[in-house]
Design a protein around this ligand. Structure first.
Ligand code: NI
Length: 167
């Protein structure tokens, strides 16, 4: 296993749109393992392949407090959603920035697991928010893009400054 490098906003590669995984293979499973290890090491509750510069429709999520409930979604699709929730979000690609985003409160998602088997999951609360956040990454969307232009400009300036300071 390996810890992968997480792209940092405003890296343009975070805006690439991921493609469907046609076949779940050993290399898919290796990527999933590396993504999980990277997420747990960060630590974070979710990671999309886009964030490690692999533009395939794969996300991993673990919102358990004990870090032992890894969920793998390959080719995830939201088939129903309801309600609204405003939850404070953060992102491993946008360190130190947290803000509220409005999303569906409950979703039903259809995907394949690491064995390539199809499954359907109903999620609510933090898990539902996290899945929606990670699925946005697959479309090239970062959560800060839901915020006002003014906030986005400030965030970009702050992160660029921080990047310069650490170089
Ligand atoms: Ni994120």
């Amino acid at each position: 296993m390996a810890i992968l490098k997480i792209l940092q906003y405003p890296d343009e590669r975070l805006h690439k749109v991921a493609v469907k995984v046609n076949a779940v293979t050993d290399s898919t499973r290796k990527l999933v393992k590396d993504m999980a290890e990277t997420m747990y090491a960060a630590p974070g509750v979710g990671l999309a392949a886009t964030q490690v510069d692999v533009h395939q429709r794969i996300i991993v999520v673990d919102t358990s407090e004990t870090n032992n409930n890894l969920l793998v979604f390959i080719n995830p699709e939201i088939i129903s959603m309801s309600g609204e929730s405003d939850c404070e979000e953060g992102c491993l690609s946008v360190p130190g920035i947290y803000d509220k985003v409005r999303r569906a409160e409950r979703i039903t998602v259809k995907a394949q697991n690491a064995k390539g088997e199809a499954f359907t999951l109903e999620a609510a609360g933090l898990l539902a928010v996290c899945i929606q956040h990670e699925m946005d990454h697959l479309l090239g969307k970062v959560f800060v893009e839901y915020l006002s232009q003014l906030k986005q400009t400030r965030i970009r300036a702050k992160l660029k400054k921080r990047l310069r300071e650490t170089m």
